[in-house]
Design a protein around this ligand. Structure first.
Ligand SMILES: C[S@@+](CC[C@H](N)C(=O)[O-])C[C@H]1O[C@@H](n2cnc3c(N)ncnc32)[C@H](O)[C@@H]1O
Length: 265
C-alpha cells in the first residue's frame, strides 16, 4: 500500500481548487503543498513520495506509480443503460437486489457496482459503500457528489450513495443483527485479471487481503437476504468461505458466490 501522500493543485489554479485541496489534505490528515511552478516530478522528489493528489478543474486526480487514479462512472453508465433497456446485470441478479432494498457494499473501490445497486434500489432503498483506503474513499466520495452527467437517473443513483471510510470487518461488528438486506464483497482477486485496465491504478492503493472467515460470519449475522462475493470464476475462495457459485455468465472470467439467507441455505 501507499507511503506518504501530498495534496496540491494544477499549475494555474483557481482559488476554488486550492480550497478543495486544503479541505482534502485536512480530511486525509496529510500536507497541502502550494504548487507554484513546480513540476509533479520535482514535487515527488522533494517530498519523497510517489503519490500526489492533484486538484485540477475541480476534480481529483491521484498520481500513483501505476498511473493516474480518478473517479469515472463509465462502466456503471453502460450497465444502467442496459438495465433500462430490459437487459439483465449479473451482479444485480446474483445479489437479488430489488427496489427499496438496503445494500452494504463492503468493498467500494471505484464504486461501479454500488452505483448500479443504487440505481436499482432507487429512492426508497439505500446503498452504503465501505472503503478501507482513505484516499480511495475520498476520491470516490468526492466524485459521486460532484460528477455531473446528462443522465439524471445515473446522477441520482450516485448522489444517494453514502461512502464510509472504514474496514468492513470493524464496521460489520458494529451493526445490529439482520439490519441490511444484501451484503456484497468484491475483494481484490487472489489472482488478478491483469487486463482489467480500470483497476490498474487501484492496485497500489487498494487493500489486497483476502476476505476472512470472521468477516463472512459477521455478514451472516448482519444480512437479511443475501451475501454475495465476486471473484475469478474458478476461484477456490468460494468454497473456502462457504459461498455457492451463482450460475450464468458462461463466457465471463468473473464469478459470483452467493449465500442465500432467505432460503435457509
Ligand atoms: C476490487 S475493488 C472493488 C471494486 C468495486 N466493486 C467497483 O465496482 O469498483 C476492492 C476494493 O475493496 C477495498 N477493500 C479491501 N479490503 C477492504 C476492507 N477490509 N474494508 C473495506 N474495503 C476494503 C480495496 O481497497 C479496494 O478498493
Amino acid at each position: 500500500m501507499m507511503g506518504n501522500l501530498i495534496v496540491t493543485t494544477g499549475t494555474k489554479s483557481a482559488p476554488e481548487n486550492i480550497e478543495i485541496a486544503e479541505r482534502m489534505a485536512r480530511r486525509l490528515d496529510v500536507s497541502y503543498i502550494a504548487r507554484g511552478r513546480d513540476s509533479l516530478a520535482s514535487m515527488k522528489q522533494k517530498y519523497k513520495t510517489a503519490y500526489v493528489l492533484v486538484v485540477r478543474h475541480g476534480d481529483l486526480f491521484l498520481e500513483t506509480p501505476s498511473g493516474e487514479f480518478f473517479f469515472h462512472p463509465n462502466m456503471a453508465h453502460v450497465r444502467i443503460k442496459n438495465l433500462r433497456q430490459g437487459k439483465k446485470d449479473r451482479f444485480i441478479e446474483a445479489a437479488g437486489i430489488k427496489m427499496g432494498m438496503t445494500v452494504l457494499d463492503c468493498t467500494l473501490g471505484l464504486g461501479s457496482d454500488a452505483i448500479v445497486a443504487s440505481y436499482v434500489t432507487g429512492e426508497t432503498g439505500a446503498v452504503r459503500g465501505l472503503e478501507v483506503s482513505p484516499v480511495i474513499a475520498a476520491v470516490v466520495a468526492f466524485g459521486l457528489k460532484r460528477m455531473t452527467t446528462p443522465n439524471n437517473v445515473a446522477l441520482a443513483a450516485m448522489r444517494r450513495i453514502q461512502v464510509i471510510a472504514a474496514d468492513y470487518k470493524d464496521f460489520l461488528c458494529q451493526q445490529p443483527d439482520k439490519s441490511v438486506d444484501v451484503i456484497y464483497f468484491d475483494p481484490m482477486f487472489r489472482r488478478p485479471l491483469l487486463d482489467s485496465v480500470s483497476l490498474n491504478p487501484l492496485r497500489f492503493l487498494a487493500d489486497s487481503r483476502p476476505l476472512s472467515e470472521d468477516a463472512v460470519r459477521e455478514a451472516w449475522r448482519v444480512a437479511r437476504c443475501r451475501i454475495v462475493m465476486k471473484e475469478a470464476r474458478d476461484s477456490q475462495e468460494f468454497s473456502r468461505l462457504g459461498f455457492s457459485v451463482y450460475e450464468g455468465g458462461r463466457y465471463s472470467r468473473v464469478g459470483y458466490g452467493v449465500v442465500d439467507l432467505s432460503s435457509g441455505k
